[in-house]
Design a protein around this ligand. Structure first.
Ligand code: PEP
Ligand code: MN
Length: 339
């Protein structure tokens, strides 16, 4: 925290600021300058509320300089985090580009295994599929629940693909934990701190999607919630945010990828399916995600999108998905990743 004094501060104002800092058990460093005088604070284990200092006489502004997240920060760990997933040696966050794909929702065993085989043949590394679905309307298909998880087990047994599936609440954590290879925290749960803490106490890799209106700092604070409880296997996923733009379902914030690379060592993936909500835009934005340095993408694929119970209009048919994987593979030759 850096406290900037008013132009006309009095001597006792400065003494008061120093006293307040010392009373809190931290060290104050007075930095007189030609234009203004500032006081730096060190020794604070966590970020401080600037308002505590801004109410003191003679203080113009208190500026936080340490990041509110620690374990998620690049300052804490310079090297990129690599997260092993499943039993086949897959690592997320290294120099490989990871492709996760599958239906939005698990609808039946036939549908899931069929699509799982198609995405595997096209080169996907991880199978996605929601068994517990967070739907905007309570009357929409909510997912098959535990039956859906068993179907995902069958799809893994059939294809060998590790499974990513969404965890909606603490009540079902043990259940989802016992079936998933990666726990997906959806956009709507990004700030469900009770759930994040509970997930932090388990050892499963987690993909934390960015909230619908979350800033990057809020997103990283949520990652910190999981890491602070002990689980360091956190990957991030940019999935589009709410803006005034109405031609797409969300606005895929690809700026976030290089920003996040700078701020954190955690892997970051991109979801162009929810990020655009429009089938024809999924492949271009997936290629763009690879170009800006994402560690992978998660793509919704359905072989009968018109019959899909959820998100059909944004699902790629398997042939278009296979073509996209080929393009992403070719791009790796230029960008220096393996696929
Ligand atoms: C999903 O991946 O199926 C999903 C619901 O995504 P999000 O949480 O990003 O909306
Ligand atoms: Mn979906």
């Amino acid at each position: 925290m850096l406290i900037v004094m008013d132009a006309q501060f009095k001597d006792e104002d400065l003494k008061g600021v120093v006293k307040r800092i010392e009373e809190m058990g931290f060290e104050a460093h007075v930095m007189p300058g030609a234009q203004s005088t500032a006081v730096g604070i060190t020794g604070n284990p966590r970020s401080l509320d600037p308002r505590v200092f801004e109410v003191l006489p003679g203080v113009k502004q208190a500026i936080p300089v340490t990041k509110p997240y620690k374990q998620a920060s690049r300052d804490f760990r310079a090297q990129d985090t690599r997260i092993p997933v499943g039993k086949n040696g897959l690592v997320i966050g290294g120099d490989a580009f990871v492709v996760m794909a599958g239906p939005c929702a698990v609808e039946s065993e036939e549908q899931t295994v069929r699509i799982a085989k198609a995405v595997k043949a096209a080169g996907a590394h991880v199978l996605r599929g929601g068994a517990f679905k967070p739907r905007t309307s309570p009357y929409d298909f909510q997912g098959l629940g535990e039956d859906g998880l068993k179907i995902l087990d069958a799809a893994r047994a059939e294809t060998g693909l590790p499974i990513i599936t969404e965890i909606l609440d603490q009540r079902t954590l043990e259940l989802v934990y016992s079936h998933a290879d990666i726990l997906q925290v959806g956009a709507r749960n990004m700030q469900n701190f009770a759930l994040l803490k509970e997930i932090g106490r388990c050892d499963k890799p987690v993909m934390l999607k960015r909230g619908l209106s979350a800033t990057i700092d809020e997103w990283l604070m949520s990652a910190e919630y999981i890491m602070a409880e002990g689980n360091k296997k956190v990957m991030l996923c940019e999935r589009g945010i709410r803006t005034f733009s109405s031609h797409t379902r969300n606005t895929l914030d690809l700026n976030a990828v290089p920003v996040v690379h700078k701020l954190t060592h955690l892997p970051v993936l991109v979801d162009p399916s929810h990020g655009t909500g429009v089938r024809t835009m999924v492949a271009p934005m997936a290629r763009a995600a690879a170009a800006v340095g994402a560690h992978g993408v998660i793509i919704e694929v359905h072989d009968r999108p018109d019959e899909a119970l959820c998100d059909g209009p944004q699902a790629l048919p398997p042939d278009q998905f296979a073509k996209l994987v080929e393009q992403l593979r070719a791009m790796g030759g230029v960008l220096g990743y393996r696929l």
